[in-house]
Design a binder for this molecule. Structure first.
Ligand SMILES: Cc1cc2nc3c(=O)[nH]c(=O)nc-3n(C[C@H](O)[C@H](O)[C@H](O)COP(=O)(O)OP(=O)(O)OC[C@H]3O[C@@H](n4cnc5c(N)ncnc54)[C@H](O)[C@@H]3O)c2cc1C
Length: 417
């Protein structure tokens, strides 16, 4: 029977810690064997499990997470969503994702607070503007919304922005994707977890994969901190930990793990209802529904697994934000944190089978994978279920690092996230 909550009940329950709260997914002990084990309970892993169950009718699936759901980059990111990547392969994958975002709250029956408030990518030099024009034209050829906007229009969209021509890097224009925006990161993990659980997926938290058992070039299963789990298919979606997890299978991936930081300010009255990103001054900002400014920039310049970063990056990021929004110079910052992002040389993901039968990797999303969560889960589930790349995942096969067919979004889109 569904419990009814009156206002009084809510008050009483708020004092009982979480004792009486309804659980939104089960917490089963691991079974001895599954048809598929997804390693990593971030948004991508949970989405993969959901689409495996929903689209491919598979039920005997586990998601094994070493910490808590969304405790990795899913719960640490600044939630920018857009699909305006330059190259066809990337643009089509991110656009699939954006389309899935547009119906995700209904699909999961869970409010992921997707807000299409639009994304501005600013240009500060003539070369920036040429790149922006090229990218917007390419996007439109791919059926993706976008326009090149002048400073006057940027000021209409974000009235507090500084469009003075006398600042260090004056704003010359921007790309504007109105369908871009933000979503609530935790809700995405929880929504996928609840929906996957309802389809029978076992979500197993506080359980680390410590080894991968392989025999005659085939996966036999995973050693975990709760014992051995047998499976013919192991789908690894562990973001910044992809290198070490691949090493358990004797593989070396072309990814580097870097710290990436974010900050939030004290809450302010609504003052910015879009996302503003600048690669030249190197910072980006949006305002959350709570009112805090959500701020970030680029990765720290070294490899590491500490979920923190160096102070000079914070300083550099805030310089950029104050240059774009002088009014924010008096805002106090509330919190700062870091995540570990898995960066590929061409700034594009790896969605791929490997040289070990039954072992799959979905990683390398670097600084920009949150926006891809639904699309990534969708195409990876298809790849794992059918043991061949999904049409939109084929270009992201690990083989591209042997053939040289890289998809260079680093230099091309010229923007992190
Ligand atoms: C500060 C910051 C800002 C960002 N901003 C944006 C943004 O604005 N827009 C955007 O699109 N992207 C952004 N990103 C990138 C985005 O967060 C990631 O690409 C995305 O969330 C990756 O999701 P995931 O599910 O693959 O990884 P994660 O959420 O990190 O999940 C991987 C999970 O694997 C688990 N795991 C690792 N090893 C093991 C093991 N051995 N056994 C079991 N479990 C294991 C981890 O505990 C973790 O929970 C940002 C990232 C950071 C850090």
């Amino acid at each position: 029977m569904v419990k009814k909550y009156s206002g009084f009940n809510l008050f009483v329950n708020s004092l009982s810690y979480n004792e009486n709260w309804q659980k939104i997914w089960r917490s089963p002990q691991p079974k001895r064997s599954y048809d598929i084990v997804v390693v990593g309970g971030g948004g991508h892993g949970l989405a993969t499990a959901y689409y495996l169950a929903k689209n491919h009718g598979m039920r005997n699936i586990a998601v094994v997470e070493k910490g808590y759901l969304g405790g990795g980059n899913t719960g640490r990111n600044t939630t920018i969503i857009r699909s305006n990547y330059l190259w066809d392969e990337a643009a089509q994958l991110y656009e699939l994702s954006l389309k899935l975002w547009e119906g995700l709250s209904q699909e999961l029956n869970y409010n992921v607070m997707f807000s299409q408030r639009g994304v501005l990518n600013l240009g500060h030099t003539l070369q920036d503007m040429r790149d922006i024009e090229r990218r917007v034209n390419a996007n439109r050829l791919n059926g993706i919304d976008g326009e090149v906007v002048a400073p006057k229009r940027i000021k209409e969209i974000a009235p507090l922005i500084n469009i003075s021509s006398s600042c260090r890097y004056p704003i010359l224009g921007a790309s504007w994707q109105p369908r871009g925006g933000t979503a609530r990161h935790d809700a995405v993990a929880w929504g996928y977890a609840r929906a996957a659980d309802a389809l029978g997926v076992d979500i197993i938290q506080q359980t680390e994969v410590t080894d991968i058992r392989i025999e005659n070039g085939r996966v036999l299963g995973a050693e975990t901190s709760k014992g051995f789990i047998q499976t013919p298919k192991l789908a690894c979606v562990v973001a910044g930990h992809s290198g070490p997890v691949a090493a358990l299978a004797g593989l070396r991936l072309p990814v580097e793990s870097r710290p990436l930081q974010a900050l939030v300010s004290e809450p302010l009255k609504p003052c910015l209802d879009t996302v503003v990103m600048s690669n030249a001054v190197h910072g980006y900002v949006s305002q959350s529904d709570k009112g805090d400014l959500v701020i970030g920039a680029g990765v720290d310049g070294y490899n590491g697994f500490g979920q923190r970063g160096s102070f000079h990056i914070i300083e550099h990021t805030l310089q950029a934000i104050c240059e774009l929004f002088p009014a924010f110079s008096r805002v106090r910052m509330n919190r700062q944190w870091g995540g570990v992002v898995d960066v590929c040389p061409d700034a594009c993901p790896i969605i791929s089978k490997t040289s070990v039968d039954g072992l799959y990797f979905n990683c390398g999303w670097g600084t920009g994978g949150f926006k891809a969560t639904p699309g990534s889960g969708y195409v990876f589930a298809d790849t794992v279920a059918n043991d061949r790349p999904h049409r939109l995942a084929a270009a992201f096969d690990i083989e591209r690092f042997n053939t040289g067919a890289l998809i260079d979004e680093h230099g091309a889109a010229g923007v992190a996230h």
